[in-house]
Write a protein that binds this ligand. Structure first.
Ligand code: PRP
Length: 200
């Protein structure tokens, strides 16, 4: 898969884009293919161990579900919800935990699952927070990242795709809570934003 830019398979069979979508950047088919490869790696890396998947709400719920069904190792699930102070589309780096984990992660192997790493500040905060709880290990999975936006160095162990510095929706990602259910990742038409196009 290409590191940035458009996907050759975008808009393939069974995937006529939603009317509000300007361009499909990563097709559903490409996402599923990449997930299969990542799940194979995870199955191999954690063979003989139990894994706790920690999803960051809300964006990661689709990725968690699709990934989980490809895992053959024993796996448990938990979720965190965080709120970042800042504008609607940009993180400030100050993160507040809205919903904490239900489970104790001490001595557990944890995989933190994110839909997108943008500035990286949310995952950076969560990584430090989780490490402080004494897990056996913590790794990061991110379906998407924006290399032009990243502000901290992050050890992303399982990575899907790099996307350009544009506002993207679909596959868990929203604009005003809509479009999370689209099976692909794409950009929205200008008309959808009215006069207030969000910063990427
Ligand atoms: C998105 C995404 C990450 C965060 C990434 O969540 O799911 O959690 O922003 O940004 P960062 O790398 O700049 O910190 P969002 O705040 O949009 O919440 P949502 O998942 O509920 O839509």
């Amino acid at each position: 898969m290409t590191a940035t830019g458009c996907d050759r398979k975008a808009g393939g069979v069974g995937e006529s884009p939603h009317d509000d979508i300007e361009q499909v950047l990563i097709s559903g088919e490409s996402i599923q293919e990449r997930l299969s490869a990542l799940a194979e790696e995870i199955n191999r890396d954690y063979a003989g161990r139990e894994l706790l998947l920690v999803g960051v709400l809300k964006g990661a719920f689709i990725l968690m579900a699709d990934l989980a069904r490809r895992l053959q190792i024993p796996v448990e699930f938990d979720f965190m919800a965080v709120s970042s102070y800042g504008s609607a589309t940009q993180t400030s780096g100050v993160v507040r935990i809205i919903k904490d984990l239900d489970l104790d992660i001490a001595d557990r192997h944890v995989l933190l699952v994110e839909d997108i790493v943008d500035s990286g500040l949310t995952v950076n905060y969560l990584l430090r927070n989780l490490r402080a709880r004494g897990p056996a290990s913590v790794e990061i999975m991110a379906l998407l990242s924006k290399p032009d936006q990243i502000r901290v160095e992050l050890p992303i162990r399982y990575h899907g795709f790099a996307v350009p510095n544009v506002f993207v929706v679909g596959y868990g990602l929203d604009y005003e809570e809509q479009y999370r259910n689209l099976p692909y990742v794409g950009t929205l038409r200008d008309a959808v934003y009215g006069s207030a196009r969000p910063r990427p």
